[in-house]
Every structure is written in C-alpha cells, then in structure tokens.
Design a protein around this ligand. Structure first.
Ligand code: PLP
Length: 454
C-alpha cells in the first residue's frame, strides 16, 4: 500500500474521488490504494513496478489470467465495428447473443431450455428471484414465494440478492434481509459439526434443518433454495459428501426449486465445467457470470429448465409481455467476447488443465496445515481456503479486534501474493491457466507470510 500519497498522484486522486466497494474508507484514506497498472499471465503489477501473483483471479473471474489476449480485443473491436449496441427487447435479437445462448445450453450440466442475459452475478440472481415469483403466480400459487439460502452463502448485493447473501456485513445497517428471504444451516463440517459427528451425519442434519425450516414456514409458502456448489465469498466452504443429495430430496418433497449459483464455480473452477457436476446438483435454474467472459466483459446468464420456462411463457403470453430486462443485458460486444472466451477454453483444453493443476494446488496448500497458525485447509479443484486460528487444537478463532487476519493480508501483499483474507480464511481461486510451478511459488510466498504473521 502506498504511504501518504503525493498530492496529485493517482492514489491521492483516487482517495479524493472514489467510494470503494468492500473497503474500509478510513484505511483507504490513511494508506491510499494499490494502483494496479498491468498484468500478464497470473501476475499483476502496480504503479511502483511491484509484481504479485493474483491468487484470486481478480474477483474469482480471470480464468485466462491478465495477458493481453489479442483475439478477445479483436472480437470486441470487430463487434463494435459491426454493431456496437443492440438488445433482445421486443422481437429483436443479435447473432452474438444467439450464439452465446446456444453454447450455454449445450454446456449446461442438466437439460436447460432458455437463457436470459444480464451483466452481473447479482442481476442474474435477482432475475432468478423475479422469475420464480412470476412462475408461481403463473401456476396460481401466489403464496409460494419465500426463498431460502444458507448462512455464509453469497449471491450478490442488490436488495434481494444481498438479502439472500448470508453474511452480516451485507445486512448490517442496510436494513436487510428483506422479508420472505430465509437462511438455513451453513454446511461447513469443520465448524458446524458437533463432536464425533461424521461429515455424512452432519449432511443429514443440514438437510433435516432445511426440512424443519420449510415445515415451519409451510411448504406451500416456500418457492426456491439458492446454493453455490462451493461457497466462495463466505470463506471457501466445501459441502460434506451426500449434502446435496440429501438437500435435493428435501426440496423435491416440498416442490421447492433449486437454483445453482455457479457465478464462481462455473467454467472449470472445481475440476468439472460446473460445480453442479462436481457435487451432483440438478438445478431447475442456474446462474453464471465471471469466468463466462474471463472477466473481460460484464456479462452474466440465467438458465431455466423447460418446466420453469413453460408457465412463465404462458403467463407472459397472457399478459402480453415479460416485463423484465436490462439495457445492457446480453450486450453484443460482451457476448462476442464471451463466445471467443468459450472457444479459447475449448481450444486450449483449459478445464482439463485446471482439473490437473487443481489437485496439485490442493496438495501443496495442505502442506501448510503443519504451520502453527493454520487450522483447516479445504477446497476442491482450483478453489481453496486456508483458515488460521488462535488455538487450532480447540478450533478457537482469533478475535476480529486482534487484527490478525488484516496483518496476514498485509504480509501476503508484501510477499507478492494478492488474495482475500475472509475473516480468518485466506481464499485462493487463481486463474485457471496457472501452472504447477506458479502454484509452488504462490504457496512458498504464503508460507513466508504466515511466518511473518506469527
Ligand atoms: N454469486 C456468487 C457466488 C458470487 O461469488 C458473486 C460475486 O462474487 C455474485 C453472485 C455476485 O456477482 P456480481 O458481483 O457480479 O454481482
């Protein structure tokens, strides 16, 4: 972090002009921002020329890393030259949008029928909530509207999706969650299980908790359950074996839709194309974003099964319109770039590459488990969390006031690794292009930063 920014430096101008998301404004005013100026491969560089391994792929999104991909710049340029803007409102369409919708339907983990584009993960999830309302109204059951997500789940920051997000900082002083959005047990065995409870027994208890919540609310009032296959921003929490199988049995019993939030897990992150494949989800709706364009363009998608689409179609037909859509949803330039990104993934066999480097990263990070600060190392594929603790024998976390997580973040930065310390967990989600050697370099730097924090 820059020390006392010079008056007209980019850092000083930034402090004067920008309100930063997910930032403590007092810390920003005191230290200034890190101005990131360029990148190549898994590396980024700041304006002072310091280089960092980007251990989080930006915000879990830059699967192809940070090198200038000529083909993507060309795809954007060509599309801007051909048609800089159009939209699918009314009876219009553009070819890049059609191509991308077809590709997504062909890739989907379960048969899906339609794609609706927006620009962010939040918008895709918000759209899912709205269409689920529309769907249940179409089916003549207007009382079936409540949505359940999990404590520590992350689904976005709009009013509705921040409500779905099960993290205190997304609710506190924003007067959230909105009514009708409920949270059930977080499936993190390490912290959630009672003594001697096996992962499978814990999964059974999570499903029983969900069942009890639905029963208490009245199944006729519960519309949908949102879940990330691996919970990312909540601290990289991997569900125990049998969890989704048991959860889906409960959802089926009560006729509750499953929405898979694949915003982080989609496109190779967990060792398969979709997290739903890694964990056996059979969603009725699926949302994705981030790696859909490798972060080059803001684009997200919601996929609907035929069974969800049909009542929506009939109802919108009756009304005469589906009253929903974003100006920039499915922007032709974003779609053209995403189409090229998906082609590059295929040509370079990037998901297969991620599926081989993933186990290496998991094994290397697990070597940190012997460190006196490290409590649990968890993850799957190229997503992982390393949790530190004050007393690992007793699984006792640090008090937030001790500032150990923040200190660790500073040491990681000084050692040249950019990642996110979520509470007491260092999150890893590097670009999918990362090599075994780069994983080794990253883990060596993390080990040094842990020593610095002791
Ligand atoms: N869903 C998940 C699982 C996410 O991780 C995120 C963002 O990190 C979102 C939704 C929201 O996406 P966005 O920030 O693009 O609105």
């Amino acid at each position: 972090m820059t020390q006392v920014p010079r008056p007209n430096s980019a850092a000083a101008r930034d402090v004067r002009s920008q309100l930063h998301p997910y930032t403590n404004p007092l810390a920003l005013e005191a230290d200034g921002p890190v101005i990131v100026t360029r990148g190549d491969g898994v590396w980024v560089e700041d304006e002072a020329g310091e280089r960092y391994i980007e251990g989080l792929a930006g915000l879990w999104c830059t699967a192809l890393g940070f090198s200038a991909e000529e083909r993507l710049a060309r795809a954007a340029y060509d599309q801007m030259r051909a048609l800089s803007f159009y939209h699918p409102f009314g009876q219009k369409a553009h070819v890049p949008g059609i191509d991308l919708a077809e590709k997504l339907l062909a890739m989907a983990p379960v048969p899906m029928s339609k794609v609706l584009f927006s620009t962010s993960g939040s918008e895709a999830n918000d759209t899912a909530i709205k269409l689920i309302r529309f769907y249940n109204n179409a089916l003549g059951r207007p009382e079936k509207k409540k949505i359940i997500s999990r404590i520590k789940g992350y689904h976005g920051v709009t009013l509705a999706t921040a409500s779905l997000t099960g993290l205190p900082n997304n609710h506190r002083d924003f007067d959230l969650p909105l009514p009708g959005i409920l949270h059930t047990t977080c499936p993190h065995h390490y912290h959630g299980a009672v003594e001697g409870e096996s992962p499978e027994a814990f999964a059974t208890r999570c499903a029983e908790d969900l069942d009890a919540l639905i029963e208490a609310e009245g199944p006729e009032t519960v519309a949908a359950f949102f879940a990330e296959p691996v919970m990312g921003a909540g601290g990289v929490l991997v569900p125990p074996p049998t969890y989704f199988e048991k959860i889906q049995a409960v959802l089926k019993k009560h006729d509750v839709l499953l929405v898979a939030d694949e915003v982080i897990c989609g496109f190779g992150r967990t060792g398969n194309v979709w997290g739903s494949q890694t964990f056996g989800l059979q969603p009725d709706l699926l949302t994705c974003a981030k790696q859909l364009s490798s972060g080059y363009m803001p684009v997200s998608a919601l996929m609907l099964s035929e069974a969800v689409y049909q009542p929506i179609r009939d109802n919108a037909g009756r009304i005469g319109i589906l009253g929903h859509g974003y100006t920039y949803g499915g922007h032709p330039v974003a779609c053209a770039v995403a189409n090229e990104v998906l082609t590059i993934y295929e040509e370079r066999e990037l998901f297969a590459h991620a599926a081989t480097v993933g186990p290496h990263m998991q094994a290397r990070l697990r070597t940190l488990a012997d460190h006196p600060l490290v409590d649990e190392v968890r993850g799957v594929g190229l997503i992982a969390g390393v949790e530190i603790a004050r007393d690992k024998a007793k699984r006792q976390p640090f008090e937030p006031a001790q500032g150990v997580g923040a200190a660790l973040g500073r040491h990681l930065h000084r050692r040249g690794v950019i990642t996110r310390v979520i509470g007491d967990t260092i999150a890893f989600s590097p670009p999918l292009i990362i090599t075994d050697e780069e994983v080794d370099a990253m883990v060596e730097r993390v080990a040094l930063a842990l020593d610095d924090t002791l």
